[in-house]
Write a protein of this length. Structure first.
Length: 620
């Protein structure tokens, strides 16, 4: 069959065919003038949707898990807890509280445990029922709508005008879950008064030096006996107690400056306890002085809670005689070291218009154990007379004390040298000095009264001593040096630097001894210490001996290190310097204070070496 040639299509026919292919559903033709890239493939969209789906599943799963396993202090509507009892209480009086709990859920509650958290100042006297252990109750399972109660009775021994919190924590498990839940309930209680009451009576006016009496009345106003009660008196700095009935307690630390304390193991109801306190205001006390009596409850650890406070004010009038005791430039307690002097002075003045007659000053040394390490045969008493532990300056020994006109002043100076060492068995490292003054007559009035100053306590720091020596041999003749003795020009030699640390009075801590080596001297890398460690810093050229602790059982310790040197012609006829001055720092652990000592620079002088007879001067 012969081929029939195809007819050529017109432009219109081609457009019509393309239109059929690309026409949109709404009959519109797309814009084919440019190509647009697909933003994402189907596979990408699928993966994205899958990730979002898995993330949603994870959030739902974890949320369900957390809801299922929540336990800490989750307060749900299944268990209702409440405290029943007074919101305001009186310290020392028995009060009662009821912890009521009810299952308001539609399911049973199991594994119930109730734990009370109470202030340490609340003392339980009664419970019903008895706790399973301590302050914890294991409760029976609760059916829906069931309830229960626990009653506690006790006494608040808290500070008055304080707020205390009682807390009940119940842990339980609903019968339709495998998770534990907790319900917490708090009860705030205001302690606004106490069964303990205290009162104080005393003079409204007083003259310095006159004996005054204060009376303290402590009473239990409650209906039952109260235990472990105390009273204290906060006294101004210028008041000195001379006697107390009953006797006051000594503070656990033996601090004489702590307030006086009276303890009563039992205080019956409505039976007041009376405390009588006598004393005097010292010479520096003047103006309004306030004394505060406090009623206290004692806790097991000997701390206290304040129940009531009462104040009394006394107007103190200073007498015409004003005087002070000064030791080493201070009227305060202080520390010093053996071998030094206690330099003291008594300055006095008649501030009145009348002439004072028959003055005398009495200095009393109070030593807890034994005697003081004062070298009395070398002391300058400034005209005073010593008898035992008392030194007296009077008109018999000092003419200026016979009469002191109005406005007239005077000074008495004295010196107490301290021994270089002390006998630990018979002498004390702590002693107190108290000065008192008496006046026989003021104008036409006979006084015969005594006035005191504040005591000054002297505490001795440990008798620590540092000695530094240049040695060729140790005491046992062990050589620690090498080379020529005496040193020679151009020849290398090495000598030992020996540190001797002496201490016996108090234990030491953090002992640090150091020296710096001159530039012409080198460490020989040889060193030894009986205690502690030796170290050398090659950059700073500092040699250090460190001892963390030194008990009094070690009264002497030694350490040495070697230094090498080569004398030059310029050194001939001299001692060559080997080490700069040595310094010691340490802490006296008995008084928790820092102390220091030092030793001079060292040269080739071997005069401290008993095994060497030459001088150590450099020779050619």
């Amino acid at each position: 069959m012969p081929l029939v040639p195809k007819r050529k299509r017109s432009s219109k026919e081609i457009r019509d065919e393309l239109k059929k292919i690309y026409v949109e559903k709404d009959g519109r033709m797309p814009n084919l003038s440019h190509m647009q890239k697909q933003s994402s493939s189907r596979s990408t969209r699928f993966l994205l949707k899958l990730v979002l789906f898995l993330l949603l599943i994870s959030v739902v799963a974890w949320g369900g898990f957390l809801l299922w396993t929540q336990t800490l202090f989750e307060n749900t509507d299944e268990l209702q807890v409440s405290f029943e009892g007074p919101d305001t209480v009186k310290a020392g009086e028995i009060v009662y509280y009821t912890i009521a709990y009810e299952n308001i859920a539609r399911t049973s509650l199991e594994n119930l445990t109730l734990t009370l958290h109470l202030p340490d100042t609340f003392i339980i006297t009664q419970t019903s029922p008895e706790p399973t252990e301590g302050e914890r109750w294991n409760l029976v399972d609760m059916t829906p709508q069931s309830d229960g109660k626990i009653m506690i009775g006790g006494i608040f021994r808290s500070d008055v005008e304080s707020t205390q919190t009682l807390q009940a924590l119940i842990t339980y498990r609903p019968g339709n879950t495998h998770a534990d839940f907790q319900t917490l309930e708090n009860k705030k209680v205001a302690v606004d008064s106490s069964v303990l009451e205290i009162a104080i009576e005393g003079p409204r006016k007083a003259l310095t030096g006159d004996e005054v009496t204060y009376t303290i009345a402590l009473q239990n106003t409650g209906d039952t006996l109260t235990e472990n009660v105390a009273a204290t008196l906060l006294i101004p700095e210028g008041f000195e107690i001379t006697s107390a009935e009953p006797a006051q307690e000594i503070s656990p630390e033996g601090d004489p400056l702590s307030p006086p304390l009276w303890k009563f193991s039992e205080l019956p109801s409505k039976e007041p306890q009376t405390i009588t306190l006598k004393g005097q205001f010292i010479s520096t006390a003047e103006g309004t002085q306030t004394l505060t009596a406090q009623a206290l409850f004692l806790k097991e650890d000997d701390t206290t809670t304040i129940q009531q406070s009462q104040e009394i004010t006394t107007e103190v009038v200073n007498g015409a005689l004003v005087f002070h005791l000064i030791l080493n430039g201070s009227a305060e307690s202080q520390t010093t070291t053996l071998g030094k002097n206690l330099r003291g002075s008594i300055d006095f003045e008649n501030t009145g218009s009348e002439t004072l007659e028959g003055l005398s000053f009495i200095l009393t040394l109070d030593v807890p154990n034994g005697t003081t390490p004062i070298v009395w045969n070398e002391a300058d008493l400034g005209g005073g007379e010593k008898e035992g532990a008392i030194i007296t300056w009077s008109k018999e020994s000092l003419e200026e004390l016979e009469e002191l006109s109005g406005g007239e002043k005077g000074v008495i100076d004295f010196t107490f040298p301290l021994a270089e060492t002390m006998d630990l068995k018979n002498q004390s490292d702590v002693f107190t000095l108290t000065l008192a003054a008496s006046v026989e007559k003021s104008g036409d009035l006979t006084e015969n009264r005594t006035i005191q100053t504040s005591p000054i306590t002297i505490t001795l720091l440990s008798d620590t001593f540092l000695d530094a020596q240049t040695r060729y041999y140790l005491d046992d003749e062990t050589p620690i040096g090498t080379g020529s003795v005496p040193p020679k020009v151009g020849q290398v030699s090495s000598y030992g630097i020996l540190w001797i640390l002496t201490n016996s009075l108090h234990p030491l801590e953090n002992v640090m001894i150091s020296t710096t080596l001159p530039s012409h001297v080198n460490w020989t890398d040889q060193a030894s210490a009986e205690v502690g460690t030796l170290s050398y810093d090659s950059i700073t050229r500092v040699m250090t001996w460190s001892v963390p602790s030194l008990p009094t059982s070690i009264t002497q310790a030694q350490a040495w290190f070697g230094v090498g040197f080569t004398p030059t012609q310029d050194d001939v006829g001299t001692f060559l310097k080997l080490a700069n001055p040595s310094s010691l720092t340490a802490t006296d652990s008995a008084v928790d204070l820092s102390l220091s000592a030092s030793a001079g620079s060292l040269t080739t002088d071997l005069s401290d070496d008993p095994s060497i007879s030459t001088t150590g001067v450099v020779v050619e």
